[in-house]
Design a protein around this ligand. Sequence first.
Ligand SMILES: Nc1ncnc2c1ncn2[C@@H]1O[C@H](COP(=O)(O)OP(=O)(O)OP(=O)(O)O)[C@@H](O)[C@H]1O
Ligand SMILES: [Mg+2]
Length: 344
Amino acid sequence: MFFSPRLIAFLLAGLISGLTVAFLAFVEGVTRSMLFVVAVSSLITSFFLILFAIEILVFREVNKLYKTIHKLRMRDFSFSRSTIVKSNNPFRKLNDEIFVYVARKQKEIEELRRLEQFRREFLADVSHELKTPVFAAQGFIHTLIDGAIDDEKVRDKFLSKAAKSLDGLDALVKDLVALSQLETGEIKMNFGTVDLYQMTLEVFEQLENTANTRRTSLKIKANPPGSVLVKADPQRIAQVMTNLIENAIKYGSEGGKVQVSFEEEKKQYAVQVRDNGPGIPPEHLNRIFERFYRVDKSRSKERGGTGLGLAIVKHILNAHKSKITVMSKLDKGTSFSFKLDKAD
Ligand SMILES: Nc1ncnc2c1ncn2[C@@H]1O[C@H](COP(=O)(O)OP(=O)(O)OP(=O)(O)O)[C@@H](O)[C@H]1O
Ligand SMILES: [Mg+2]
């Protein structure tokens, strides 16, 4: 290379040495041999000093750039933007800017990949869930067409089975529509004053049959006793209560207890739905609010679940600026809690 660091250092050193000698030549009493010594010594020292400075600047900083690129390749993004501002070294600034820029882009790419993965899984889940009831209904109807319709007993049985499958399909599609509308914010909440105590009693009534078949006792407790008036969308909050109480009955123990309790606080009511069932293993706890997530796939399926109930609960409560939390102990039971603002 023409402008190598050594050549630059040599030229600059020559210039310095030449200037020094030129100045010294005007001083009286300076001999030729003295000038020669000064010329050589200043040439050598300047050469090495300049070379050293260039090497430090280029090598050290370029090395840092390499390290940065290496770090980026290893996806180590432990770096804060505030450190850039402090540095005065332009090399360093450039280096840090590149780092932060690439790190941000990398994070964006990862987020997109995650969303893509999520979308793919979601599509697979939806088609799988839709397939089951459609195939079942299709099977029953084709058997009927193929001749089973002539036998009155079989006909009624198959027709009611087909109807049940289609009802399940209808419920699933409704849940999916509700979820996607909640997610896109399409559904506007109709806030009003709701008596949660009264509403829970109504939900108990609706779920009486399910509770009876599982011999589950349903209890309600309010502290202080009386009505529990909150600011909420009545239809949506009824859905929340239904989903939570239904889960507690379905996944609680046979012959177990389900208790809904309300605790008055300064500005809010704390709501808790508790059962004394087998509980949820800790590794599943933060995933049960995901769409289609079921702890025990075969067991919850046999109880008619699609794994959308808690995802809907989470979204509705989010729209109420509230958050659902879950606590569970194996063989002791599970409790779901959230808070709602008191009605004015
Ligand atoms: N009280 C509970 N005790 C033990 N496990 C529970 C309880 N509530 C929920 N689960 C677990 O969490 C999973 C997700 O619940 P979720 O309500 O979202 O779906 P699901 O009940 O299977 O279906 P869906 O509510 O849509 O009919 C359930 O399948 C169940 O395994
Ligand atoms: Mg459920």
